[in-house]
Structures are given as C-alpha cells and as structure tokens.
Design a protein around this ligand. Structure first.
Ligand code: NAD
Length: 459
C-alpha cells in the first residue's frame, strides 16, 4: 500500500510538472501505443489465443485493428481536439470574448474487463493520454496472459512516470479504489460498478461505467430470402463470432414472429454449420469460455429443468476444453435465469411474439440494454424502435458495427452504464471543459453596481 501511495504521489507530481499537457508528449505516447500494437502483434495474437482461444482474424477485427484505427484518428485530430473553441456571449457582455478550454483531469484510473483485454484497456487509455492525463490501468485477472503482456509491453513503449499498469484481481482493485483519483473509468459488471461508484463518492470522483446487460436483436419477417439470410448470418456472427458471445454488445436473445420462427431456426442451424463446421468443437473460429467458473455458469443456465426442453440446437459442454457448443433455445421461460440475467456466452434464446411490433413492449419493460439490433426494412418500425425504446445504441440490419465507429458515442444508459467514449468522446471523457471569459475595461455601466435603483427591466 505504501509503495502504491508513493507511486501515485510521484505521478501527481509528474502531472503537476505539466509534461503530460504538452502536445509533443501526448503524440509520442500515442505513437508508442501504436508501435506496441504493431511490433507486438504476434504476442498479442498468442495471448488472446491462450486466454480466450480467439482466432487471429477476430483478434485483429476487435482489438488490434480497431485500436490502431482509434490511434490514427487521435493522432490526426489531436491538435484540433486540444485547441480552445470560441464561444458566444450575451450582448450585455459588450467587448468581451469567451472560449472553452479542454484541460486534463489529472490522475485517472482505468479498470477493465477480460473479454476484449486489449480493446477495453487501451481504448480508454487513448482518450486519457490524448487529453493529457497520467493514468493507472488495471486489466482483468481473468485474462492473465494479456494482462501481463500489457504490463510488460506498456512499460517498454510508454512513459512510466505517467502511465502504469497494475495487475491483479478484486483485492488489488479495491486497494486502488481506496485512493483518490480525478476520474475512474470502469468496464465490467453492474455488481462491481456499484462498488466502484460507492468508492468514488468519498472523493466526489467522476466515474464512467461501461456495464453490460441483455442486448436484444429483433428479426422482422423479411420478405426477401436474401435479406433474411443476410440477417441470420449477421446474427450468428453477432453472437457466436464475437468472443463466443462473451461480449457486452453481443446479441443476448432474438425476438421473431411466431410464424417465422421455424424458418429462422433452420437457417440459423445451417449457418452455424457453414461457419463452424459439423463439429464446432474442432473449429478455430469460435472462442473458448474464459474459465471453468464461467463455463459452469453457462452449464447451469442450460441444465435448468425448465430450460432444457427449449434447446433446439447444440447444448453440449466440454469442460476440459472450456467449450460450449453454439446453442439455440426457443421460448425458454421468461423467469428462467437465462432470460433474467445477461447470458455472456454462446447460448441464444429465441423469443416468439405474435406481431413484431410486440417486441417494443417486450424490450421497453426490461432494463435498458447497451445495444439494440433490429433487422427490418419497415421504416415505421425503425422510427418506433428509436422513439419508444431506450438503449445505449440502436443498429438496424447489423450487429456490433457501432463499436468500430469513432464518430458515435459508445456507452450505456440506465443499468447498462453511463458516460461515453470512442473517438473525440474519449478525449472529452478525460477532460474538463473549462469556461474562459475575457472582459475589456473599456465600457462600464452604473446600473450593475449597488445601491440598486428602481428602473425598468425588459427581457
Ligand atoms: P467484473 O465486474 O467481475 O470485473 C471487471 C473488473 O473489475 C476486473 O478488472 C476485476 O478485476 C475488477 N473487480 C472484480 N471484483 C471487484 C471488486 N470486488 N472490487 C473492485 N474491482 C473488482 O466483470 P467481468 O467479469 O470482467 O466482465 C463481465 C461483465 O462486464 C459483464 O456484465 C459484461 O456485460 C460487462 N462488460 C461491459 C463492457 C462494456 O463495454 N460496457 C465490456 C466488457 C464487459
């Protein structure tokens, strides 16, 4: 604890020196991060394979590629993001000018999750560095190879007086939370999110909480067989092809019209086979479950007596190889844990409704999801989905795509969290927008000073 306190004190001193505010420092750190990703690409692939059994293509798509894209954008826009912005003043402030200046917050803490061990650690770190902060990163202990690569890698490529990686689990995390921070950026479960928020109260520390929840996909009865097949392929990838469903924006369950259900199930089975082979256990294109504890959690969801009957595809679990088969369930009871808790794995419940419009009520009477996916060409339904439901994001006719968009804010609402990042939003998340007003001495008016004299006000 003493070492930690000393280290943090040194980091605060370093921040005070003004070094991290320099544009050249921020640029050099962002470039260092980019070099780390490019030069250590092979080690990153190996670490992701070791911890999660993730295929290189998936690792590049969701982690290295996305991060390099974010770094390129930050490097390109850094000067503009840092520059002060002019603001308008009311006419009463004659001969005055106003600006908004983005200033770094100071010493920030980033606690991340294991399913995208590099993305969820480095994407916020890009924002923290671009905004000129010093930062401590605490990756998840559940992806230990990735966590140790981050600790050793960042040590080599970044300024260690300003950026540190502290490895460990809940115990280390709790020690970190006892310290004073200028911002805490947390990615993980709502349970730990609550712990983070109560720790932040002590010092009135601002927090961003990137949490999870159940992300629904609504599949309309598309009349064209091409459209339906494209939608099904995108749903399969948005579930099983995204860390085997262990992603907070992976599709949690699908809603379809009852009359369309069997057609959809048959198409899904066909595409699971085409993408992952006759025996998906031997496929290298589907990630493994992170550990035994999560595997047993998923197994329990399936072995629930009320749920077993609803399995129409897959359902096998291989404990030794940490593998859960891509599984489809039709209409599991809505009070079963698989429908009340986030699935976070390759089990896909399908819920049937009479009319696709009924999905609006189904979604809006449940906790607000991080993402909502709607596959439809019906413009009226699209409009109703936007205005009558609430979620972190809505994507029509695809899934996961929003994660790669720098121009869109990424974040939750309600129980899926609050605060946002990606692109310029990351920079803003780690900045304070300071209001600056400059007044001239030239003009002055008697009525702004006491003693107050009655006169006519006009608005
Ligand atoms: P988690 O909350 O268990 O752990 C997240 C982080 O908190 C880890 O670094 C962990 O070491 C730390 N932690 C664990 N217990 C703690 C405690 N008692 N005190 C302080 N810190 C503690 O979550 P997880 O298992 O890593 O991830 C799964 C959950 O995270 C899912 O609910 C998922 O939806 C959510 N998630 C959300 C996002 C997002 O971007 N919104 C991304 C990934 C995961």
């Amino acid at each position: 604890m003493e070492t930690l306190e000393r280290d943090l004190k040194n980091m605060r001193e370093y921040f005070k020196s003004g070094k991290t505010k320099e544009e050249s420092w921020r640029e050099s750190q962002l470039k260092g991060l980019r070099r780390f990703l490019m030069e250590r690409q092979g080690d990153i692939f190996k670490a992701l394979m070791q911890d999660l059994g993730k295929h290189q293509v998936e690792s590049f798509r969701d982690e290295i590629g996305t991060l390099v894209k974010s770094l390129n954008l930050a490097l390109k826009c850094l000067k503009d993001w840092m520059s002060s912005k002019k603001a308008q003043l009311p006419s009463i402030a004659l001969l005055s000018s106003a600006q908004i200046v983005s200033e770094p917050l100071g010493l920030v803490l980033i606690i991340s999750s294991w399913n995208l061990p590099f993305g969820l650690s480095l994407e916020p770190l890009i924002g923290a560095i671009a905004a000129g902060n010093t930062a401590v990163l605490k990756p998840s202990e559940l992806s230990p190879t990735c966590s140790s690569l981050l600790a050793s890698g960042l040590l080599t490529y970044l300024d260690n007086k300003a950026i540190k990686v502290i490895e460990g689990g809940p115990e280390e995390s709790e020690k970190l939370l006892q310290q004073r921070w200028d911002k805490i950026f947390f990615t993980g479960s709502a349970r730990v999110g609550r712990i983070v928020m109560s720790a932040a109260v002590k010092h009135l520390t601002p927090v961003t909480l990137e949490l999870g929840g159940k992300c629904p996909a609504v599949l309309d009865s598309l009349s064209s067989s091409w459209d339906l097949e494209v939608a099904v392929k995108r749903i399969i990838v948005g579930k099983y092809g995204t860390c085997s469903g262990q992603a907070r924006i992976a599709i949690d369950y699908v809603i379809v019209e009852r009359s369309n259900c069997s057609k959809v199930v048959e198409l899904m089975k066909m595409w699971i086979k085409k993408m992952f082979g006759d025996n998906p256990k031997h496929s290298k294109s589907i990630a493994r479950i992170v550990n035994k504890q999560h595997l047993f959690r998923l197994k329990n969801l399936l072995t629930d007596k009320k749920v077993q009957k609803s399995v129409v595809c897959g359902g096998s679990v291989d404990e030794e190889n940490l593998f859960v088969e891509p599984t489809i369930l039709v209409n599991p009871p809505l009070d079963a844990t698989i429908m009340t808790d986030e699935v976070f794995g390759p089990l896909l419940p399908i819920i049937t409704v009479e009319k696709i419009e009924d999905s609006i009520e189904f979604i809006s009477c449940r906790p607000k999801p991080l993402a909502l996916y709607v596959f439809t060409k019906n413009q009226t339904l699209q409009k109703r989905m936007i205005s009558e439901t609430s979620s972190g994001s809505v994507v029509f006719n695809d899934a996961i795509l929003q994660y790669a968009a720098d121009s869109l804010p990424f974040g939750g609402v309600g129980e899926s969290g609050f605060g946002m990042y990606h692109g310029k939003f990351s920079f803003d998340t780690f900045s304070h927008q300071k209001a600056i007003v400059r007044r001239s001495f030239f003009t002055d008016f008697w009525y702004r000073y006491p003693p107050w004299k009655p006169h006519k006000f006009q608005l």
